[in-house]
Design a protein around this ligand. Structure first.
Ligand code: DC
Length: 220
C-alpha cells in the first residue's frame, strides 16, 4: 500500500500535482478539501450559520459525506446526492474553511480518509494529511507559493464572465490561509519530515517530477 500526503495552502498547486502523481503510479487521488466543501454546502442548504461550531458539530452524524470515482474523476456526495459541481464557489470555499475549524467535523473527515488510505493506494491532498491523517507515511510533501501567485492561479481557473475582481480573490485566499494556519484543531503546517516545495516559479511538470523522484527514492 502506498499513501502520499500533499498538503499546503489554497492554490499552491496541490490538486493538479496530486492528480498527475496518482496517474503516474496507478493510485487513486483523494481531494480531501472537497469533503469539507460538501459539508459546508450541507450547512448552507440548511440555512445554518457557518460560524456556529455547535451547529456544525450537530450536523456530523446526521449527514453522510462520501466520495467515489467515476470517469476517472472524484465525485463528492451529500447523503448520496452528487454535489461535485456545486463545490467551487467563493462562498463554499470560505464555508469549508469555517467547517474545518470544528474538531468533530475534522474527526469525521479524518476517519473516512484513513479508511480509504488503508484500503487503496492513494495520493491525498489537504491541510492535515501529513500531520494528522497519515503521520506514518514516509511520503509527505508541503506545497507552497506566494499569495499573489496562488490567487492568480485561482483567478485564471474561474469563468471570465462571472469571476470576482482579482483583489477579492487575493484577499479571500489570504483570509482562508490565516484561518487554516491559526486554527486550534490540526492547523495547516508542514509535518516535521515533509519535503517543502515552493511552486511559485516551477512548472507543474517540475513539481510532479520532484515528488515522483522522492517517492521512488524512498520506495514503498
Ligand atoms: O483544498 P480546498 O481549498 O478545497 O479546501 C477547502 C477548505 O477545507 C480549506 O480552506 C480548509 C479545509 N480543509 C481542511 O481543513 N483540511 C483538509 N484536509 C482539507 C481542507
Amino acid at each position: 500500500m502506498i499513501n502520499i500526503a500533499i498538503d499546503g495552502p489554497a492554490g499552491a498547486g496541490k490538486s493538479c500535482a496530486a492528480k498527475l502523481v496518482a496517474e503516474r503510479i496507478g493510485a487513486l487521488y483523494l481531494d480531501t478539501g472537497a469533503m469539507y466543501r460538501a459539508f459546508a454546502l450541507a450547512m448552507i442548504r440548511r440555512g445554518a450559520d457557518l460560524t456556529n461550531a455547535e451547529a456544525a458539530a450537530e450536523l456530523v452524524g446526521k449527514v453522510d459525506i462520501d466520495v467515489g470515482i467515476s470517469g476517472g474523476t472524484q465525485h463528492t456526495f451529500i447523503n448520496g446526492e452528487d454535489v461535485t459541481d456545486e463545490l467551487r464557489s467563493v462562498e463554499v470555499s470560505a464555508g469549508a474553511s469555517a467547517a474545518g475549524l470544528v474538531p468533530e467535523v475534522r474527526e469525521y473527515m479524518q476517519a473516512k480518509q484513513r479508511e480509504i488510505a488503508g484500503t487503496y493506494d492513494v495520493v491525498l491532498d489537504g491541510r492535515d494529511i501529513g500531520t494528522k491523517v497519515l503521520p506514518n507515511t514516509p511520503h509527505k510533501f508541503f506545497l507552497t507559493a506566494s499569495a499573489e501567485v496562488r490567487a492568480k492561479r485561482r483567478f485564471d481557473e474561474m469563468h471570465k464572465e462571472n469571476r470576482p475582481p482579482f483583489d477579492e480573490v487575493l484577499s479571500a485566499i489570504i483570509a482562508r490561509d490565516e484561518q487554516d494556519m491559526n486554527r486550534a484543531a490540526d492547523p495547516l503546517r508542514p509535518a516535521s519530515d515533509a519535503i517543502i516545495i515552493d511552486t511559485s516559479d516551477m512548472t507543474l511538470n517540475e513539481v510532479v517530477h520532484t515528488i515522483l523522484e522522492s517517492v521512488i527514492s524512498v520506495g514503498r
